[in-house]
Design a protein around this ligand. Structure first.
Ligand code: WTA
Length: 677
């Protein structure tokens, strides 16, 4: 606890010294065409009108049957939205658009290699593919509503096809980020008890074709050791009809999807009428302790929330071309590449590759060639593009009306480059703050109603009521310049339903801290703890400072320090490990790893490399440490707790403060010398 207090105090002090940035107004042209210009939306979604206000979002969808109860709190804090309603997500994202928009492009797939053709998939074509894939899942795999399937797929059009095919049948998909290792995939297979794994043979990244199928073999092997048998591995082919991986197919277990589909040409699968409160998908994320948590998202509530926010915050119209550069393996891709945009009949771009391949102009060429006018990315990509090609955007003929930043705090300087250079001073920007758990945006401006403020995410979304608590549970009023723990007072339809198979962890992690009565069935007693520190300005705009728990945000990807430390401890020689975030120009932060060895072992370059390799092997390349410091001992409290705060100060070249209370203060000097070189 003492450790935590110190971090939070220093964050608050930073906040006090911040100047407020000036507002930027959206252009008249933007406002004139915007989907939401009615300021009374904030009144309609006030707490007085809660929870009925959310009918407005649900009415953007087609329901087989309306709900009996808009919000069921009887199992608080596991809230059920639109209870009794019947709906199908695949129907809403595909079928219902056929009447008017059959020939409209649903998905533009942009391969990484520029010499390969862009694929434009119409709503009609998407419908055909989703039906046939659903037939494979139902008739070949024997899957039905409620079963879980693990997907480990790269950024290809086959990924949304597979997700929508699952949704058509009520099968719960769990897509694992393609860059994750086979071992990370195995953990998720085991936790979700999946019998089917769907993957792809290979994909391009940075100009190289990567063998992806080998990760599937590894995942299945590791899962089997933990008693989770995968019966079938379905393998999409990057080039249909050709196998692009080296790893052999396993007879009786591995199947090429393109072969299977041949047996289902022309088959149409009726969408299953799913209860609104049925789970739609799991998305694993790093949390405070131990293993990743499977955030369980529901059907009707989730889709209503992402459809509403795609329409009003992303400002997507049928004639727009919308490009979100996130990976579908993260929540941003689920909510704002696939489900939200398709629910409102958008044309959504899926880009296979990295933004800087083959050069710093790639993104802007894609925007120019496809006529992209809404662009959505993360600060880490913006920083990278600014560094490698600050003047590139001006060379291309595109015009964004709207841009999004998401995933980490954005520095006002970087925001201004995004606004001036990428947006050419014409695009409205939304800084959307939210989380895997929350399904959709928590704080953002509504672009035609509220002005932008660089570095601030904006006020709570309509119907989302943020509050900042200090450690004792007192509200910190807006405009105090003091940081605290940002919470949301009320539930909302996009929020996750629970942690898969672990209700206790759900309650403890997210609600216990500020809940006054654990038996209460009143939503007012269950503020949602986000785990972020934030300050709220006088105008209600929120500035996010970062995580207060043991999570570090590398390039907008959440990694648990415990996960990284556990991966280091897999190495025989390692006795103790501690990960701290270190500032990085492009990634925001990256992990710095400290380890102490078991007696009898000695530090060496090779050992440091072996430990870093273990992080990459166990988790994936994004987990790689900047440096592995092999130290003779960790700085510890008298009770034996590793003082990560001290290590973080050393890594970031900050004052370590008073260390006299440590059990071994002398170690601090030794480590300092080592790190400073
Ligand atoms: C951080 C990504 C500042 C925050 C959607 C949050 C942000 C974590 C922003 C969730 C933003 C996300 N400004 N920080 N606009 N958006 N974050 O689960 O710390 O991958 O708790 O969801 O990212 O990351 P996650």
């Amino acid at each position: 606890m003492a450790e935590k207090e110190i971090t939070e105090t220093s964050e608050a002090q930073i906040a006090v010294h911040w100047g407020e940035e000036a507002y930027y107004a959206p252009s008249v042209k933007f406002i004139a065409q915007a989907n939401m210009t009615d300021e009374t939306i904030y009144d309609r979604f006030s707490l007085d009108n809660f929870p009925d206000c959310f009918k407005e979002y649900a009415d953007l969808l087609d329901w087989y049957k309306y709900w009996d109860e808009i919000l069921d709190t009887s199992d608080a804090p596991c809230f059920k939205w639109f209870k009794g309603g019947l709906i199908n997500v695949s129907y809403n994202c595909v079928d219902r658009h056929l009447a008017k928009n059959s020939n409209k492009t649903a998905i533009h797939f942009v391969p990484e290699l520029e010499e390969e053709k862009v694929e434009h998939i119409t709503y009609r074509e998407l419908w055909v593919r989703v039906n046939e894939m659903a037939a494979v899942l139902r008739d070949f795999c024997g899957l039905k509503a409620g079963d879980r399937v693990t997907l480990h797929m790269p950024m290809v059009a086959e990924l949304p096809v597979t997700m929508l095919a699952c949704a058509r049948l009520g099968i719960i998909h769990s897509q694992v980020f393609g860059g994750f290792s086979g071992s990370a995939c195995a953990d998720r297979i085991v936790d979700s008890a999946s019998h089917v794994l769907i993957t792809m043979d290979a994909y391009y990244r940075g100009g190289k074709i990567l063998d992806h199928k080998e990760k599937a073999d590894e995942a299945v092997k590791i899962a089997a050791k933990q008693n989770q048998k995968v019966d079938k591995v379905l393998v999409w082919q990057r080039y249909p009809g050709k196998y692009s991986a080296q790893t052999p197919m396993v007879d009786g277990r591995d199947y090429f999807v393109n072969d299977l589909l041949k047996d289902y040409y022309g088959v149409r699968v009726d969408p299953v009428k799913m209860p609104a409160e049925a789970p739609l998908f799991l998305m694993y994320t790093s949390g405070t302790t131990g293993k990743p948590k499977g955030c369980q998202h529901g059907t009707g509530g989730f889709l209503a929330y992402v459809a509403g926010t795609s329409k009003y915050v992303q400002d997507i119209h049928p004639e727009d071309v919308y490009w979100c550069m996130a990976d579908i393996g993260w929540i941003t891709g689920h909510s704002y590449i696939v489900y939200g945009p398709l629910a409102i009949c958008a044309s959504s771009v899926i880009f296979e590759g990295v933004p800087n391949y083959p050069d710093a102009g790639r993104c802007w060429r894609i925007a120019q060639d496809l006529g992209v006018n809404i662009f959505h990315t993360a600060p880490t990509a913006i920083r990278a593009l600014r560094k490698i090609g600050p003047d590139e955007p001006a060379k291309y003929d595109y015009e964004f009306k709207h841009m999004t930043t998401v995933g980490e705090p954005i520095e006002p300087e970087v925001w201004k480059w995004y606004y001036e250079k990428v947006g050419k001073g014409k695009a409205a920007i939304v800084d959307t703050w939210w989380q895997t758990e929350t399904g959709g945006f928590l704080c953002s401006t509504i672009p035609a109603i509220k002005p932008m403020k660089p570095g601030s995410a904006g006020p709570g979304m309509p119907g989302i009521h943020p509050i900042i608590y200090d450690d004792d549970g007192h509200e910190i009023p807006p405009g105090k310049g003091i940081a605290g723990n940002i919470c949301i007072r009320n539930p909302w339809p996009g929020m996750f339903q629970t942690i898969w198979g672990d209700r206790d962890r759900f309650v403890t992690n997210y609600f216990a801290r500020y809940c006054k009565d654990p038996d209460s069935k009143d939503w007012r007693d269950w503020p949602y703890l986000t785990g972020d520190a934030a300050v709220m300005a006088e105008d209600g705009y929120v500035r996010i400072l970062g995580r207060t728990d043991d999570v570090i945000n590398v390039s907008g990807h959440r990694l648990g320090t415990k996960e990284l430390e556990s991966a280091a401890l897999v190495v025989e020689e390692v006795a103790e490990a501690a990960v701290v975030p270190i500032k990085h120009e492009i990634k925001g932060v990256e992990p710095d790893l400290y380890v102490a060895l078991k007696p009898g072992y000695h530090a060496s370059e090779e050992l440091a490399k072996k430990i870093n390799d273990a992080l990459v092997r166990e988790i994936g390349p994004i987990a790689k440490a900047r440096k592995v410091w092999i130290v003779s001992d960790m700085p510890k409290t008298r009770s034996g707790k590793i003082m990560r705060r001290v290590l973080a100060s050393i890594s970031n070249n900050r004052d370590v403060g008073d260390t006299m209370t440590l059990a071994n203060p002398e170690i601090v000097e030794e480590i300092k010398k080592m790190v400073k070189g």
